[in-house]
Design a protein around this ligand. Structure first.
Ligand SMILES: [Mn+2]
Length: 298
């Protein structure tokens, strides 16, 4: 059974894989925070579900021809901003997230944050901005939604607003897989000439990956993956599913290219909301996290 109260998470891919903090290159950071979900609840249980499913991921990566987890030390951090056991305000979540991620960056760790709701990304990105004050990096977002609303349901820290906060920080963005936006977001995309690869274009255009990777103009990239960017037939366990998302091979081929051509400085994988009696969503998410680690260490 999934633990819903413990703050000490099961290590990613199991105790045999878990490295000591000092020797780890990769830190998995569970952030089981949920406050502004607007449709289907449950993303505060996402990190534990991914960690539990990761126990079943094969060590050997047949694409990369190596046992990534035997070569790269992986440390699983304790959960932060945990709304399962206590009330956490958006401001508290953003502060503890920024502080924790910043410390991990200073310790030279490659961080993969696991949500939790997408609003967490604002705190994660703020930590990278703090660590790279004079060098721009592009925030590449995979998502069904634009997340460009100034505010939603009375909060600027709503999960529907995170890319707007990133745009407000002055960072370049590339948005992939978008297929649900409101008029305000469509107007902002035109006004600011934002780079968006819509799911419709992706489905119709076989060379979208080349174009999308070429549209990233900085060497450094932060990658934020809302799992609803992937098609809901692959990951139905999300808060706001949308038909017409990326296939497994589309997303992994794109990510492989991004990691090859750019320096990915950090990632997050957000919005898994487990479904009772199905493990497809969390297993797919866990395998995606393992792919990120593998592509980072080719
Ligand atoms: Mn989304």
């Amino acid at each position: 059974m999934m633990s819903q109260t413990s703050t000490l998470a099961l290590p990613f891919m199991g105790p045999d894989v878990a490295a000591d903090y000092q020797e780890a290159k990769v830190v998995i950071l569970p952030i089981p925070y949920e406050a502004t979900t607007t449709y289907r609840r449950g993303c505060e249980h996402g990190p534990d579900a991914i960690l539990e499913a990761s126990q079943q991921v094969e060590y050997y990566d047949e694409e990369l021809d190596k046992e990534t987890c035997c070569e790269v030390g992986i440390y699983t951090h304790e959960a932060i901003a945990d709304t399962r056991s206590a009330q956490v305000t958006a401001e508290q979540m953003l502060q503890v997230t920024q502080e924790t991620v910043h410390k991990l960056i200073c310790d030279d760790k490659f961080v993969i944050a696991l949500g939790g709701e997408h609003s967490i990304t604002t705190g994660v990105v703020a930590a990278y901005r703090q660590a790279h004050p004079n060098e721009a990096f592009t925030v590449v977002q995979i998502d069904a939604h634009g997340d460009l609303r100034h505010e939603y349901e009375g909060s600027i820290h709503n999960h529907a607003c995170i890319m707007r906060r990133v745009v407000d920080m002055g960072l370049p963005t590339v948005q992939i897989g978008i297929r649900a936006i409101c008029k305000e977001e469509a107007d902002l995309i035109k006004e600011k000439n934002l780079t968006v690869f819509r799911a419709r274009e992706i489905a119709a255009n076989t060379n979208w990956i080349e174009k999308a990777v070429a549209s990233i103009h900085t060497q450094k990239v932060f990658l934020t993956i809302d799992l609803d960017g992937i098609d809901p037939t692959l990951i139905p366990g999300v808060g706001t599913p949308e038909p017409g998302g990326l296939s497994w091979y589309a997303i992994t081929t794109f990510l492989h290219q991004v990691f090859t051509k750019h320096q990915v400085i950090g990632c997050d994988v957000m919005e898994l909301a487990p479904i009772v009696d199905s493990v497809v969503s969390e297993f797919t998410a866990a395998k995606l996290v393992y792919k990120l680690i593998g592509y980072q260490h080719i």
